[in-house]
Write a protein that binds this ligand. Structure first.
Ligand code: GDG
Length: 724
């Protein structure tokens, strides 16, 4: 049985100390329950903070050994560090920003430092217990750096990350000074999960805009020598636990009591943790408006507010609590009677049986957060409606709104709409209530917490397998050793090298990519070795290549093969090519260049190339498709082709490609050693033209006809140095 290591901020336990004696009880949160169901297939191990500051070495030892019996491993964190990591960076930076409260977001480098350090402590703890073949599953925004920390320790491990809160749009994410590190941290995982597709969309857009990883297709990002999948996995609840609990004798007792005490008043249920993202003041104002607009409902309905204490030592939360106190007081004083209290308000958490009793009793649940990653309360409310009667009013900004389409969905900023939704809910005929609730229950029953956990882990293992396949194609030390041995033995060697993206990194302006001293020296030495025949095979124009490499004793192919030059000879044309098409196509190129800021046109002897490296990625993607569409009509019937290179679209004669050009060197001689290195689409023709035993290497990790992938230009240069 494989081991599954869950890494989360909190361990699912409650530790209490009475008269110096420590006791530990498991606490059954949603996640813990979901993972319990995996125990048939995995040995589940948990790493996390134990939930309280522990400074005495003796207590640490006791807690450690008590927890280890439960397969849990505590991460002890000193309290000032913990405050900076948790109250500081997690909850005063990431939480507000990710819930779109930019005005509440602190940017403090001290808390960031401690966030990094504490993430490091989690990774170290994992390292202490990790075994080969463990599956790691990191939970939530407090630990965004952990996936990458684990990846650097275990390059081939299976690592998943699930983000439980919203992921904001790129526009907000970019305001974070530490955005790059956080994004890279998460991308250490094989699979990154969110509750909804909107968060997936935002995260994917941030990967391409912040990190420039735009090599993604259908949610799969190629990232160095791995693939990372980014997808939505809406978290479910333990449906049966809630549905069954409605029949518990203890719940029945609670229910009976409340039915008596509410004396037929219809309860509008609110359960929230104290947090500004929950928009409770707004909801209370909507209730006020409802009572004004629909006075017939006075004395017939009341609002039950259960506000679960949270972070109330923090100024912002304390002020929010005071605001809620004030509005509740205002409403009760405005409408209340001796016989009727409009808002019943409790600032405490309630036991499970009471929670279920309220879910069962309340004909309406009002859940209208400004933002909520998912919101499980909305799902639990529905699971408790075993007779199908009840109405859920739900914010369209809650993640659960995507699945709960039978709810009355409202914009949480629209008090008028919430007031009207309350009216609609209270008037809704029973048949309609049942129809809506049953439909939603079906979804929740199926997509429950067990399904969520299983589904995530299955996908995680699939993606990991895909990464392993890439890893096998990776130019690793073993392959390098073989290559070097073959190179040394061979009396004759043929070496094809592409230039941009292979021997030099892309620059914003192609003219800036002239070879540096070291590269020039390398090429010079490589081409001077008598066994070697080196060919620089590029899409660039011949004038630039001549200018940069003319004096070197190597052969050059320019414009993808339209021109070539053998060492010591003049430039020759591949064939006399027709160029008249350029007149016709140039206006289209000019038009797209004008319409697309950051792009420019490069005109070569036999081709037109539109570069868009500096264009906004979203706009570039859109224009590229539009441009291709237009070009494919324009070239119809002509012997031209559109080539998509690295951030460039190029039109050229169809006969011309690097493969045809390369064959010129293969025709008259059998080479005992062939090496071809290139990075983009156009180099695929070179790879395809090579015999099977040739070493063909692609820079980057896209699909390729080459035998191997290598990560970077720097790796190529280091390989060339080793050849020398
Ligand atoms: C994050 C995201 C996302 C609440 N009050 C009492 C009580 N609860 C239980 C509910 C429910 C849970 O707490 C709260 O659910 P949330 O969905 O709000 O989850 P959080 O863990 O706070 O937040 C959120 C979630 O992660 C999961 O990914 O949905 O968007 O912010 O299960 O039943 N339980 C009891 N008494 C209470 O007073 N017994």
């Amino acid at each position: 049985m494989g081991r599954l290591v869950i890494i989360s901020n909190r361990l699912p336990v409650t530790i209490t100390e009475k008269k110096g004696k420590l006791s530990i009880r498991p606490s059954a949160g949603g996640l813990a329950t979901g993972l319990n169901s995996l125990k048939n297939n995995y040995e589940v191990i948990w790493v996390g903070w134990p939930g309280l500051p522990v400074s005495k070495a003796a207590s640490k030892k006791t807690i450690n050994s008590l927890l280890q019996e439960m397969a849990m491993h505590p991460v002890f964190i000193d309290s000032s560090k913990f405050n900076n990591y948790y109250g500081g960076f997690s909850n005063s930076t990431l939480w507000p920003l990710f819930h779109y409260f930019q005005q509440y977001t602190d940017f403090v480098s001290r808390t960031w430092q401690d966030y990094k350090e504490v993430n490091g402590l989690f990774a170290e703890k994992v390292a202490k217990i990790a075994r080969k073949d463990d599956i790691f599953w990191v939970q939530d925004y407090q630990l965004m750096l952990v996936p990458q920390l684990l990846r650097s320790k275990y390059p081939r491990a299976t690592i998943g990350y699930f983000h439980h809160i919203p992921f904001p749009s790129y526009e907000l994410m970019r305001t974070l000074p530490w955005r790059d590190a956080l994004m890279r941290g998460v991308l250490g995982a094989d699979l990154v999960g969110f509750h909804t597709f909107d968060y997936v969309r935002h995260f994917t857009s941030a990967t391409s805009r912040i990190l420039n990883y735009d090599d993604h297709y259908l949610g799969r990002v190629r990232f160095q020598n791995r693939v990372v999948d980014i997808d939505s996995f809406p978290m479910g609840i333990d449906y049966d636990k809630f549905a069954k609990a409605t029949h518990d004798p203890e719940v029945a007792k609670e229910l009976e009591r409340y039915i008596k005490e509410t004396r037929g008043e219809k309860i509008i249920l609110n359960i929230d943790r104290l947090d500004y993202s929950k928009a409770l003041p707004q909801r209370l104002r909507a209730f006020d408006l409802f009572l004004t607009k629909y006075p017939n409902y006075r004395k017939k309905v009341s609002m039950l507010v259960i506000l679960v204490p949270s972070r109330d030592t923090v100024g912002r939360y304390r002020r929010l609590k005071e605001e809620i106190d004030r509005i509740v007081g205002y409403i009760n004083s405005k409408y209340g009677r001796i016989s009727w209290t409009p808002v019943h308000y409790y600032y405490r958490s309630v036991k499970f049986s009471r929670l279920v009793a309220w879910y069962k009793l309340a004909p309406v649940a009002l859940i209208t957060p400004y933002r909520d990653g998912m919101n499980l309360v909305s799902k639990e409310y529905l699971a408790c409606k075993t007779d199908g009667k009840g109405v859920l009013i739900l914010s369209e900004m809650a993640g659960s709104s995507k699945e709960l389409i039978g709810a009355l969905q409202v914009n949480p900023n629209n008090t008028e709409a919430i007031a009207d939704a309350l009216h609609q809910a209270l008037q809704m005929p029973e048949e309609e209530q049942i129809k809506r609730v049953r439909k939603m229950q079906k979804v929740l029953q199926r997509n429950n917490i067990n399904y969520w956990a299983r589904h995530f882990l299955e996908r995680l293992q699939e993606v990991h397998q895909a990464s392993l396949t890439i890893y096998e194609q990776f130019f690793n030390p073993k392959v390098e050793k073989q290559l070097l041995a073959k190179y040394r033995q061979a009396p004759r060697r043929l070496i094809f090298l592409d230039y941009d993206g292979t021997l030099t990194n892309f620059r914003s302006d192609p003219a800036l990519a002239a070879p540096g001293k070291h590269l020039y020296q390398t090429l010079s030495e490589l081409s001077q070795q008598p066994e070697n025949q080196v060919i620089l095979i590029s899409g660039r124009d011949k004038e630039t290549l001549e200018h940069w490499f003319g004096p070197l004793p190597l052969d050059i192919v320019a414009e993808h093969g339209a021109w070539y030059k053998k060492n010591g000879h003049k430039w020759r044309q591949y064939a006399k090519l027709d160029n008249s098409w350029k007149e016709e196509l140039r206006p289209i190129f000019n038009q797209f260049t004008d319409r697309t800021p950051g792009s420019f046109l490069e005109e070569k002897n036999y081709s037109l190339a539109w570069h868009y490296r500096k264009t906004d990625p979203g706009l570039a993607e859109m224009r590229k498709h539009e441009f291709m569409d237009k070009l494919s009509h324009a070239i119809y019937g002509k012997s031209l082709q559109i080539m998509e290179g690295n951030k460039v679209l190029e039109v050229k004669n169809v006969e011309i490609n690097k493969g045809t050009a390369a064959k010129r060197w293969l025709a008259n001689e059998t080479w005992p050693f062939i090496l071809a290195i290139g990075d983009d689409y156009t180099d695929e023709d070179t790879f395809k033209a090579m015999p099977k035993q040739a070493y063909t290497i692609k820079v980057g990790f896209n699909e390729t006809a080459a035998r191997y992938n290598i990560s970077t230009v720097e790796d190529v240069l280091s390989l060339l140095d080793k050849l020398l």
